[in-house]
Design a protein around this ligand. Sequence first.
Ligand code: GLY
Ligand code: MN
Ligand code: MN
Length: 462
Amino acid sequence: MFAPAIYAQRRARLQASGLSGLLLFVGNVDSPMNYRDNTLPFVQDSSFRYFFGLNEPGLAGLIDADSGKATLFGNDPDVADIVWTGPLPSLAERAAKVALDSSRAYGELAQALAEARAAGRAVHYLAPYRGETLIEMGRLLDVHPAKVKDGFSPALTRAVVALREIKGVEEIAEMEAALGVTHAMHIAAMQNAKPGVIEYQVVGIMEGIMRRHDWQLAYPSIFSRRGEVLHNHHHDNVLQQGDLILNDTGCSSGQGYASDITRTFPVGGKFSTRQRELYDIALDMQLSAIDAIKPGVKYQDIHKLAARVMVERMAELGFFKGDAHEVVESGAYAIAFPHGLGHQIGMDVHDMEALGEDLVGYGDGAERSGLFGLGYLRLGKTLKAGMALTVEPGIYFIPALINAWEKEGRHSQYINYAKFREYTDFGGIRIEDNVLVTETGSRVLGEPIPKTVEEVEAVMAV
Ligand code: GLY
Ligand code: MN
Ligand code: MN
């Protein structure tokens, strides 16, 4: 937990954002694995944790935006709880840890909300994303669970996004702590990915490093010789000499801050000429994008810049033809780069995505594109100093996509399908780092993880 004053300051800033009425934050409860008392690792709701700090189930926070008074709702442990859990702090003690001098029994929350509504006061809340929370909020607000989402507060959402998207120094330090462990995980993966090894054996080594810190994954690991499958969560292939491995693995720090790193490397430790040519293009896309990041620039334009670098360089190899600008604007480039350049990162790996992807990633003059590929970009809006985001271009050869587009002749004036067909066994490349937008440009967070061909080959030779 951060210092209590951090939470008081965050709540004061939220109160100063001009809202009136009550601001309700319902924390998460335990999620059963297969029956009630056998639970998945607990993950707190990030907005609750941002303002109320406590990483335990069964809590809610209420801020009176007019008076500034904030109250924690929860239950004191009784002796039956303590038999199973050991001694626990009282609710008032937990409240004090996050600079709150007001705490009430959880059972009083529904009544407090009903009284406010009866007095004509607004109750603002964020859109829930878990079934349990949806049902609980239906009960607390006396509406059918199916109607709860309709009543979420866009004004509170915008106010929360404005705060959470500008990272404090304590948050950046946590993200760099997560990246320190992620660094070790990625190096271990490179050094253990030998011919004959099964993918899950390497995944086990990486996750063991993380578990030795008592941390959890920030998202399910992608570690595969079939890197062209974008969300490939299977780990059962046997690695073969020369395979290209895509490893997208990150963890969640003690304070719940995510890292999200991808590296791509060859089994056996030496890139082939064909792999190296395309890897260098992906790296050029990433470095050009990082170089272009600064306050005032739209991330949608940086996505297009990365696409343009790819098209120009892949055209030299014979993959694309025609004017590079047109290849990008038409969307033809997405045959090789069909996802977005990146997203915000913080407490959630796709930070704040539960609050509404468009409310978080667009607005201020940026609209989500309808094009295949660019339309998947989660962050399109203008960058501000203090934002943390991922930069993760890729080049993939997806046989189903190549075949489908060729069959319908899509963008055939820009795409050399015969050349793409020669690469349908290639797999995929992605290179992903976590980057802070600074006042003047950007800074890649964390200790550098081998990224150039030479750096990757050197660390794999050990
Ligand atoms: N690891 C998920 C992502 O890169 O967005
Ligand atoms: Mn990733
Ligand atoms: Mn990512």
